[in-house]
Each structure stands twice: as structure tokens, then as C-alpha cells.
Ligand binder design. Sequence first.
Ligand code: ATP
Ligand code: MG
Length: 164
Amino acid sequence: DWIGVDELIGLASRRLQRYEPHVRIRHDIPADLPPIHAHPALIEQALFNVMENAAKFSPPGEAIQVLARRTDQGRLRIDVSDPGPGIPEAERKRIFDMFYSVERGDRGGQGTGLGLAIVQAIIGAHMGSVEALPGPGNRGTTIRLTLPWGEAADQEADTHDTPR
Ligand code: ATP
Ligand code: MG
């Protein structure tokens, strides 16, 4: 499907807010972004997993931010940033491994450690990439998803499209 990035981010945001009613989400999404050719439910799930972490690992009441941009390389970038404790540089690749969780006493991490492994699989299937970075102003975390708009993934996507 061809689908609007803003729409997918909106869906993921509303889903997160449904069971984390106090989470504040700031959106910075240009109105003129072209649609992407992608599996809508999967991309929404990837966004949700990343946004859920941003909310879970930051202090209650602090806002998380979702920023979307068209890159100079003609790709779509989505940055999900939070003002939480951040991820030590040595862990920034391993957090995408299955069942991996950064050991830290001040976190209520009852998660399975699968969320980001699933994000990586979904984004990889769309020929995109995902990385963890320090957040804006070196504070907290930014998880950056980079996706093609869809031309490169057309043949793949066509065989796996599901009706919505
Ligand atoms: P699940 O998503 O399966 O419920 P989880 O959230 O623990 O469990 P992942 O989403 O894969 O698992 O994240 C892996 C680990 O990476 C987390 O346990 C946490 O240690 C670290 N992490 C992920 N996102 C952040 C973040 N925004 N800030 C700080 N640490 C993070
Ligand atoms: Mg998670």
C-alpha cells in the first residue's frame, strides 16, 4: 500500500496513548512528505515498539518526540527521541538483539527484549535501517529509522501486501 507517514505515526501514537494515557507525544512532521510504499500494519508496529520504549524508559510526564524528514539521499527518516537515561555507546548495537535488555536497576523493564529485534526485522524487510543515537542535545535517546519511499521495495511489497 501507499500510505502517509503522518497517518502511520498518528496510528502508533493513538495506540500508545490508549494504554499509556499520560504519555505526551510531540510530533514534528512536515505536511508535504510523499507517501511510502510499505506494509502499513508492520511499519505502524515498528513505530509503536520504538515509541513504547521511549515512553517506558523516560520519566513520567516528560514528552517524547517523533520527527520525520526527507533526507538528502531521498529517503525517509523518522527519529523517535526521549529524555530518558540514554543507552551507553557499547550497548547501542546490542539492544537490537533478541532478548537483550540493558541491565539497570532504575528501570521497570519487564519486557521480553524482543521489541527492537522486531523493529529491525520489519525495517530490514523494507530495505531500511535502524540505529540508536544519543538524543537531541546529547540527552536521552534517539532511535532513527531510515526507509526508502518504496520504489526499491516494490516487488517485495507487492507479494506481501495485505488488505486493510
Ligand atoms: P519488549 O519491547 O519486548 O517488551 P524491551 O522493551 O525490554 O521488551 P526492546 O524494546 O527490544 O526490549 O529494547 C531492548 C533494551 O534496549 C531495553 O530493555 C532497554 O534496556 C534498551 N532500550 C530500548 N529503548 C530504550 C530507550 N529509549 N531508552 C533507554 N533504553 C532503551
Ligand atoms: Mg520494548
